[in-house]
Design a binder for this molecule. Sequence first.
Ligand SMILES: *[C@@H]1O[C@H](CO)[C@@H](O)[C@H](O)[C@H]1NC(C)=O
Ligand SMILES: *[C@@H]1O[C@H](CO)[C@@H](O)[C@H](O)[C@H]1NC(C)=O
Ligand SMILES: *[C@@H]1O[C@H](CO)[C@@H](O)[C@H](O)[C@H]1NC(C)=O
Ligand SMILES: *[C@@H]1O[C@H](CO)[C@@H](O)[C@H](O)[C@H]1NC(C)=O
Ligand SMILES: *[C@@H]1O[C@H](CO)[C@@H](O)[C@H](O)[C@H]1NC(C)=O
Length: 247
Amino acid sequence: MHEVGYHRVVHNTFLIFLSVIIIQCSYADPLNVTVPQSRLTAARGHSVILGCEFSPVFGKNPDISSLVLTWQRKEDNRVVHSFYYEQNQLNTQNFAYQNRTSLFRNQLNKGNASVKIDNVGVQDAGHYLCIVSTNQGTDRAELQLDYGAFYTEPRLTISVDSSDISVQYETEGFPAPEVMWKGGHGENLSEQTTTSMQSDEGMGLYHIKSSYTAPNKPLNFTFILKNQLLHQHLQRPVIISGKQLTK
Ligand SMILES: *[C@@H]1O[C@H](CO)[C@@H](O)[C@H](O)[C@H]1NC(C)=O
Ligand SMILES: *[C@@H]1O[C@H](CO)[C@@H](O)[C@H](O)[C@H]1NC(C)=O
Ligand SMILES: *[C@@H]1O[C@H](CO)[C@@H](O)[C@H](O)[C@H]1NC(C)=O
Ligand SMILES: *[C@@H]1O[C@H](CO)[C@@H](O)[C@H](O)[C@H]1NC(C)=O
Ligand SMILES: *[C@@H]1O[C@H](CO)[C@@H](O)[C@H](O)[C@H]1NC(C)=O
């Protein structure tokens, strides 16, 4: 009887001791996952780093054996990249991200859970979750990725007949741009121009055709295209000199 009671006391003391440790772990230093940028932009065909950090990091002897890191799409839970048992776990990765993602392996033990996505396409636009579990707990952070495509070098076509000169530029990019034509003195030529924008939703590109038609005589004007999302600003001056171009 005496011995049983003694063991129970030891046992209870141990439980209290254990509870104190657990409570201290979970209240003193809960895992905190943050993203340095909650919204960022990626350009078609380029790479982008989705930043994510967690703290506290592991103790003095970094041991990432307890780390479970999952990057996933918020919309449909598709797995973008996953890491546990100290390895990339790519068997659960969604096909759309195959061969395009990587972590910064030597930064994981510093609390850097960022993922790099290569060859960005329109389907990569959306919301991402960075979910981290360690022996300090579980937490998640969210970010939004916007997609853009730099407009290609505009292709110039000039058609001339006896009365008119028509100048057309064609280019592809995303999202829809701001298009302007300006005369030699900065005047707005919108009245004499037509612009068509065809969107190819699946490809994530707008096909732009913009033309300016003027009487057949020497001309001096500029085609301007702005992609606000990617801060792209194209300006292509055109000078047509000489006398009448036909006959
Ligand atoms: C997590 O870390 C961020 C940045 O260091 C801080 O602003 C935030 O208050 C922390 N959140 C918690 C729950 O500790
Ligand atoms: C990824 O790479 C592997 C090996 O090179 C290849 O077999 C597979 O088709 C690739 N997947 C995609 C989606 O490109
Ligand atoms: C995480 O690693 C990436 C790649 O080296 C780097 O660009 C990013 O700045 C790092 N983040 C932090 C918080 O160190
Ligand atoms: C075109 O117009 C600009 C602005 O007025 C002027 O600086 C430039 O010299 C002109 N070029 C020609 C060939 O007329
Ligand atoms: C040019 O004029 C058109 C209408 O004629 C107008 O919609 C457009 O905003 C003007 N652009 C600039 C840069 O003033």
